[in-house]
Design a binder for this molecule. Structure first.
Ligand SMILES: Nc1nc2c(ncn2[C@@H]2O[C@H](COP(=O)(O)OP(=O)(O)O)[C@@H](O)[C@H]2O)c(=O)[nH]1
Ligand SMILES: [Mg+2]
Length: 235
């Protein structure tokens, strides 16, 4: 059973080699797909060199920019290549690679495993009180509006059966291309009745490189969820 671990990147030169190595050592069944949006800092070239030496490392170079469409591109690639499972995670060490081992155990009797900051035992480290508040409010808003039962609807660390992704109409996504479309994926999955399970994770704020979150993206997120509710519906 093969699992692809998708790492979207934009300017992650300081993190990318380390995170790929840390992921691959978790289990021999794992491979890595980096989806890089022509990072000006040379992230893509670092991964090109790794891919030329290791058949477990893959990369897609995109000309366009956007965490939303980057993730969809990775989903489609995993479907086309016939992987069994896909893990999505950030490439800045905010998501602990060791958790992938837990995902691999949990996925045996469900379709999607969601890494959750908002269940007992989960959390976020290195965030200011204001960042915590914004994240908590954004998550509560997404949950309520989309009607999702999950405690954490806005996190980016999850494992899916690829057959679930295949069934989602990946061409018909409504989310803003510039923002993370994880909530839309969960909404589409919930509407189809797949089995989802949340396990606690601790998000750790990045030590190297810069976050791409902006005030503009937070506002777009709010509008995006409203638009999703109107165009896709509730769970
Ligand atoms: N391909 C791609 N990846 C992105 C883009 N924006 C952010 N990312 C990646 O998505 C992950 C999370 O982004 P980050 O800026 O750390 O967001 P934060 O953790 O919410 O502050 C990181 O691996 C980023 O490199 C983008 O426009 N394109
Ligand atoms: Mg980050």
């Amino acid at each position: 059973m093969n699992t692809i671990v998708m790492l979207p990147t934009y300017n992650e030169r300081e993190n990318i080699r380390g995170i790929i190595e840390a992921v691959l050592e978790q289990d021999p069944s794992l491979e890595v797909l980096v989806v890089d949006d022509s990072s000006p800092d040379g992230t893509g070239e670092i991964v090109d060199r790794m891919a030329s030496e290791d058949p477990r490392v893959h990369i897609i170079h995109r000309k366009e920019r956007g965490r939303g469409t980057a993730g969809l591109r990775g989903f489609k690639w995993a479907v086309e290549k016939g992987y069994d499972y896909l893990v999505e995670m950030d490439s800045d060490f905010s998501h602990d690679p060791e958790v992938i081992k837990e995902f691999l155990k949990e996925i045996v009797d469900c379709d999607v495993v969601v890494g959750s900051r908002y269940v007992e035992g989960g959390g976020a480290e290195g965030w200011s009180p204001i960042r915590k508040l914004i994240s908590g409010v954004a998550n509560a808003y997404a949950r309520a509006l989309l009607g999702l039962k999950l405690r954490d609807c806005t996190g980016g660390f999850k494992m899916f059966r690829v057959e679930v992704l295949k069934s989602l109409d990946l061409e018909g996504y409504r989310s803003d291309r510039n923002i993370y479309d994880g909530p839309e994926t969960l909404l589409r999955i919930a509407r189809k009745g797949f089995r989802m399970k949340e396990i606690p994770i601790t998000f750790r704020e990045r030590a190297a490189g810069k976050s791409k979150i902006t005030f503009n993206k937070i506002l777009r997120n709010i509008l995006n969820h409203l638009n999703l509710r109107l165009k896709v519906g509730g769970a």
